[in-house]
Design a protein around this ligand. Sequence first.
Ligand code: AMP
Ligand code: MG
Length: 319
Amino acid sequence: MRRSVDRWNPQKKIIAEAARALVRGELVAFPTETVYGLGANGLDAEAVRAIYRAKGRPSDNPLILHLANPGEAESVAFVDDRARRLINLFWPGPLTLVLPARTGVVPPVTRGGLETVALRMPSHPVALALIEATALPVAAPSANRSGRPSPTDADAVEEDLGESLAYLLDGGPTDVGVESTVVDATGKDLLLLRPGALPLEVIAEAEGQVGLAQAGEGRRSPGTRYRHYAPDVPLLIWDGPLHWEALPGPVGYMGMADPPRPAGESVLFRTVDDYGRGLFSALRHLERAGVAVIVAQWPPQEGIGLALRDRLLRASGEG
Ligand code: AMP
Ligand code: MG
């Protein structure tokens, strides 16, 4: 059931109904500041299995547990001083921390069988109200079918997962449009597992050097092994020379600069933040417009740009 919620003042009755559905083991999609999440009770193995089924997600790709307050991290994971510092600085917000899991609390299926658990406290008022009302850690991957662009509005969620949901809370388009930054804080050095909405520079400024997990390294985030964000048509990155005249038409274009040749359909962004906010919906829009190929301008690396580059590489099949 799709329900509109006021993002600044979520209606208590709707939140309570959706929270009851989560407690019963059903699936609820809700907005976060990054993208829409597909939520289930993270402590209920059956409910979590329903997430994997609905998304068609490989079962070795663990889920992020969403919390309503920072103190709850201690009940599911071991939180050391460094992790506590990061939590104090960046929660609520788009930083996911991978920490050693306490045994016997979070079922292995939520953790993709790993000894670690990924945690974050979102800042979106609807997400916070919903999680708070369940009094549970809510497992919530992006609310798209596996391999599809992440959903940044309720229509995209409905398109991919409508039938699997007890509730779809529609809080309008999301703010950031790119998923959270995932940092492994289990080892001696912090390790970036997935660039995301919280810029790497901001974390590095607070904590010093953050290592980058390399492909093939055992500790790389399991999710990054899979091709993600694949639109139904080929995606090419425009980073200088490109034989535009040889492209099959009609061409779909997205970027911050005008395309060097007129495109069949284009989406222009004013800033790199706009590009971040609009990337996934632009992919869905261009695909629907029936273009034969999508050309995406390579964004600058700063701020959200690093995460955008990662998503574009993976959408193009090169990541
Ligand atoms: P999604 O929920 O679709 O935004 O993806 C969550 C990301 O977090 C995926 O890339 C997962 O592989 C990653 N992740 C979740 N839990 C862990 C964990 N315990 N260790 C490493 N990566 C994780
Ligand atoms: Mg995802």
